[in-house]
Design a protein around this ligand. Structure first.
Ligand SMILES: NC(=O)c1ccc[n+]([C@@H]2O[C@H](COP(=O)([O-])OP(=O)(O)OC[C@H]3O[C@@H](n4cnc5c(N)ncnc54)[C@H](OP(=O)(O)O)[C@@H]3O)[C@@H](O)[C@H]2O)c1
Length: 251
């Protein structure tokens, strides 16, 4: 038996992870480094980004602060990074609002961060040849892109539906450059994003947890492992796919 055998290895790959200062992105960056990747991490919060950086295994990693709602920051990020073999478009957030109370400013901002930024980052990576042939781009979408919705979630769902659609087009278009594009679609995961839904009581969360066939929410690492599969050569024949990771919710 070859103990070093690992088709999911990220050895020799340089991978950018957005939203790496918290939750799923933090777990993804750390797990990627444990799988042998050199990781470029980005986020807005310097202290929390540093925390992630200090948790990475191995060396040669890079951290760059960027607000992805700002086009100049995206361009700066692309200028600063080395050529990538993988990119995880993971940064995102949620604003809960019933349709009656939607504000244009909020809509513009969530569209910018959750949808426009991953599209522009993909555009700039390709345009500036900062993404190599045989690379993999992963988008963190959500089961809300698959019609698993709740009241007050319409703006967020719209961004994730758009993201999944963009991913499928990008998979078709970038196949000519042998760049694969896929998405993970998590159900509810225990991260600070969930804490942002402050109008939901712990009792309501528990009722929600029990709706999941596996009777719990996900852990950030459980999404990271799916992302690693899509980044690795183990998924070399996978593009345009949505990988649902949701404890059985959308079966
Ligand atoms: N948690 C869930 O239940 C769940 C379910 C499905 C999908 N998702 C998706 O998973 C992704 C990660 O979410 P999470 O749960 O890990 O949330 P989180 O813990 O709140 O982390 C969100 C990350 O996105 C970054 N971010 C937010 N706005 C940004 C901006 N304007 N510019 C740059 N970075 C920004 C944050 O950076 P700073 O903190 O440094 O600003 C942070 O690193 C999101 O796309 C989310 O929609 C989450």
């Amino acid at each position: 038996m070859d103990v070093a055998y690992n088709p999911f290895s990220l050895e020799g790959k340089t991978i950018l992870v957005t939203g790496a200062s918290s939750g799923i992105g933090k777990a993804t960056a750390i797990e990627c480094s444990r799988m042998g990747a050199k990781v470029v991490i980005t986020g807005r919060n310097e202290e929390r980004l540093n925390e992630t950086f200090n948790s990475l295994e191995g060396d040669g990693h890079i951290q760059i602060l960027a607000d992805l709602s700002n086009e100049d920051d995206i361009q700066h990020l692309v200028n600063e990074i080395p050529v990538l073999n993988g990119c995880v478009n993971n940064a995102g957030y949620n604003i809960m609002s019933v349709i009656q109370f939607i504000k244009k400013d909020n809509l513009d901002h969530i569209m910018n961060v959750n949808l426009t930024a991953p599209i522009m980052l993909t555009h700039l990576l390709v345009k500036s040849k900062k993404i190599a042939k045989d690379s993999s781009i992963v988008f963190t979408s959500s089961i809300s892109a698959r019609g698993r919705n709740s009241v007050g979630n319409s703006m967020y769902s719209a961004t994730k539906g758009g993201l999944s659609s963009f991913m499928k087009n990008a998979a078709l278009e970038l196949a000519a450059k042998r760049i694969r594009c896929n998405a993970v679609l998590p159900g509810m995961v225990e991260t600070p994003l969930k804490e942002g839904k402050s109008n939901i009581t712990e009792e309501q969360w528990e009722i929600n947890r029990q709706l999941y066939p596996l009777k719990r929410f996900g852990k950030p690492e459980e999404i990271a492992y799916g992302i690693i599969y899509l980044l690795s050569d183990a998924s070399a024949w996978v593009t345009g796919t949505e990988l649902v990771i949701d404890g059985g919710m959308t079966r």
